[in-house]
Design a binder for this molecule. Structure first.
Ligand SMILES: Nc1ncnc2c1ncn2[C@@H]1O[C@H](COP(=O)(O)OP(=O)(O)OP(=O)(O)O)[C@@H](O)[C@H]1O
Ligand SMILES: [Mg+2]
Length: 453
C-alpha cells in the first residue's frame, strides 16, 4: 500500500515509517499536516495514518479535509489513551479505525491487513452487484425484492471474510437465518456456530456464559466450565439481542472484540480465541448510543459490516414468493394448494408486525383450518383484515376489477352469498333458504341458474 504518515514527534515518525517500510509498504511521512495535504492532492495514496495532536492543524480538521478531498481514502488515527473520546469523534467523521498509544507496530500492521481485506471486499461487492442480475433465493432465504437482492450480495461478499457483522431488524425479519447463511457460506462452516442471546440477563450470568468460569469462582461453580467464546473457537459466535448487554459487560466484550482475549470468571490465565462475531439487535443501536446506554466504541467495533433487514411491510412484493415457500413447507405430500388472487392481496395489504415469522405461522394455520384447495378471503382469519369494511370492500373491488356490468356483478355477488349460506348451513338447503329469507324453491332455481355445486 501507498501510505502517508503524519506525526510531529520525530522519533515516533521514524519508527513508524521504518516498520511500514519493512512490511513492504511505500511510505511518505510528514510532520506538518499542511504538507501532507499538499502531497495527497498531488498523488494517489491508499491510506493515511495520522496523529490527532498536530501543529498548525488539529488531527480532526485534517480528517475533515481529507474526507472532503478523497472521501474513499481510509484514514487511521493514532490517539493517546486519555483522548479516546476524540477517537470516537474521528470515527464519526469517517475514520476507518483508531489505535491507542502506545502501540506496537504489529498492532498497526494488523489493522492495515484488515483494511486490505475490507477494500477487497468492497471491490468484490461492487463487481457482484453488476454480475448478479436477479435472484429469488439464497440458501434458506427467500425474496426477490431489491432489498433482499442487496442482502444476498452482501452475504456473499462478507462470508469469505472475517469482518464483524451487525444485523439490525425487527422481530421475525430473519436475523438468525442470515447469521446461519453467513456462517455456512464461510470457510468456518465446519467449525461451530454458537448462539447466545444477551436478552434480559444479569451481568454475572452473561460473564460466565460467554467467558466460562473456573472451579470455585462463585458458589455453585463446582466444576470449571468453558464459555461460549471458547466453544466457538475456530467458528462463529452469534450474539443475539446485543443491545441488551449491561454497560459494565460491554467493556469486557469490547476487549474480546479488540484482542480476541479474555479470562474465565475467577481465572487469571488469559485465553486467546479465533472467533468471528455476528451480532444482532431489534432496536436502533445508534439511538441507544446517543442515549448513553450503549458504548460508542463497542458500537463501532460491532458495526464493521452493517446489515439492515427491512420489515416485511416494506417489501410486500416478496410475500407471494414467501407464501409459496411456506405452502411447500406445510402442505402434505402430493397436496397442491394455492391462494386465490384476492386472498393473496389480503396478505400483501396486511402490515405483518411480526414479519416473516408471523407470515409463516399464519400460512401454517390457514392450511390446517381450511380444507379448500384454493384459499379464498373467506378462509382467512378476521385479524388479517384491518376492518370488517375492508373485507366487504375487497369482495366488491375484486368484482369490479373484472370489468363486469352491474347486472353481472350483482349476479356474481348473489352467487357468492348463496354459496356461503349453503356452506354455513352445512349443505342443508332449507336452512340456507331460511338464512337468506328465500323460499326453498326460489333458492333451488338460483342454485340451478348459477350451477352451484
Ligand atoms: N427471507 C426469508 N425466507 C424464508 N424464511 C424466512 C426468511 N426470513 C425469515 N424466515 C423465517 O422466519 C422465521 C423467523 O426468522 P428468524 O428467527 O431468523 O428471525 P429473527 O429476526 O431472528 O427474529 P427475532 O428477532 O424474533 O429473534 C424463521 O422460521 C425463518 O426461517
Ligand atoms: Mg432471532
Amino acid at each position: 500500500m501507498k501510505i502517508v504518515v503524519v506525526e510531529d514527534e520525530k522519533i515516533k515518525r521514524i519508527t513508524l515509517t521504518d516498520a511500514l517500510l519493512r512490511a513492504g509498504h511505500e511510505v511518505a511521512s510528514y510532520d506538518d499536516p499542511l504538507n501532507a495535504i499538499e502531497a495527497i492532492k498531488e498523488d494517489n495514496f491508499d491510506l493515511v495514518v495520522t496523529d490527532l495532536k498536530l501543529p498548525h492543524m488539529d488531527g480532526l480538521d485534517l480528517l475533515k479535509n481529507l474526507k472532503a478531498m478523497r472521501p474513499e481514502m481510509p484514514v487511521i488515527v493514532m490517539t493517546a489513551y486519555a483522548t479516546v473520546d476524540t477517537a470516537v469523534k474521528a470515527m464519526k467523521l469517517g475514520a476507518y479505525d483508531y489505535i491507542t498509544k502506545p502501540f506496537s507496530s504489529e498492532e498497526l500492521l494488523l489493522i492495515i491487513e484488515r483494511l486490505k481485506e475490507y477494500k477487497a471486499l468492497m471491490d468484490e461487492n461492487k463487481n457482484l452487484k453488476k454480475a448478479i442480475s436477479e435472484r429469488y433465493s439464497f440458501g434458506n432465504l427467500v425474496g426477490k425484492s431489491k432489498q433482499m437482492q442487496e442482502i444476498y450480495n452482501v452475504i456473499e461478499a462478507i462470508s469469505q471474510r472475517e469482518a464483524t457483522v451487525l444485523i439490525e431488524g425487527e422481530s421475525g425479519t430473519g436475523k438468525e437465518l442470515i447469521a446461519h447463511a453467513i456462517h455456512y457460506n464461510s470457510p468456518r462452516k465446519n467449525k461451530p456456530l454458537v448462539k447466545f442471546s444477551c436478552a434480559a440477563l444479569t451481568e454475572s450470568l452473561i460473564s460466565s456464559e460467554l467467558f466460562g468460569h473456573e472451579k470455585g469462582a462463585f458458589t455453585g461453580a463446582v466444576k470449571e466450565r468453558k464459555g461460549r467464546f471458547e466453544l466457538a473457537n475456530g467458528g462463529t459466535i452469534f450474539l443475539d439481542d446485543v443491545d441488551d448487554i449491561p454497560l459494565p459487560m460491554q467493556t469486557k466484550l469490547l476487549r474480546v472484540l479488540q484482542e480476541r482475549e479474555f479470562e474465565r470468571v475467577g481465572g487469571t490465565t488469559t485465553i486467546s480465541v479465533d472467533v468471528r462475531v455476528i451480532a444482532a439487535t431489534k432496536v436502533d443501536l445508534l439511538e441507544k448510543v446517543k442515549k448513553g446506554e450503549f458504548r460508542e466504541d463497542l458500537y463501532y467495533r460491532l458495526n464493521v459490516i452493517p446489515l439492515k433487514l427491512p420489515p416485511l411491510r416494506e417489501r410486500a412484493e416478496d410475500i407471494p414468493l414467501l407464501v409459496e415457500h411456506f405452502l411447500n413447507k406445510y402442505s402434505k405430500k402430493d397436496e397442491k394448494r394455492a391462494f386465490s388472487r384476492e386472498a393473496m392481496q389480503v396478505l400483501m395489504d396486511y402490515k405483518w408486525p411480526g414479519n416473516i415469522r408471523e407470515l409463516e405461522n399464519m400460512v401454517e394455520r390457514i392450511l390446517a383450518l381450511s380444507k379448500n384447495e384454493v384459499i379464498t378471503p373467506s378462509d382467512l382469519p378476521d385479524s388479517l383484515f384491518e376492518s370488517a369494511d375492508l373485507r366487504r370492500d375487497l369482495h366488491l373491488t375484486s368484482i369490479l376489477d373484472r370489468g363486469s356490468s352491474l347486472e353481472e356483478a350483482v349476479a356474481n355477488l348473489e352467487k357468492r352469498l348463496i354459496t356461503l349460506a349453503i356452506e354455513r348451513a352445512g349443505g342443508n338447503r332449507s336452512e340456507a333458504a331460511r338464512m337468506l329469507k328465500l323460499k326453498r324453491s326460489t333458492l333451488q332455481d338460483k342454485i340451478i341458474k348459477y350451477a352451484i355445486k
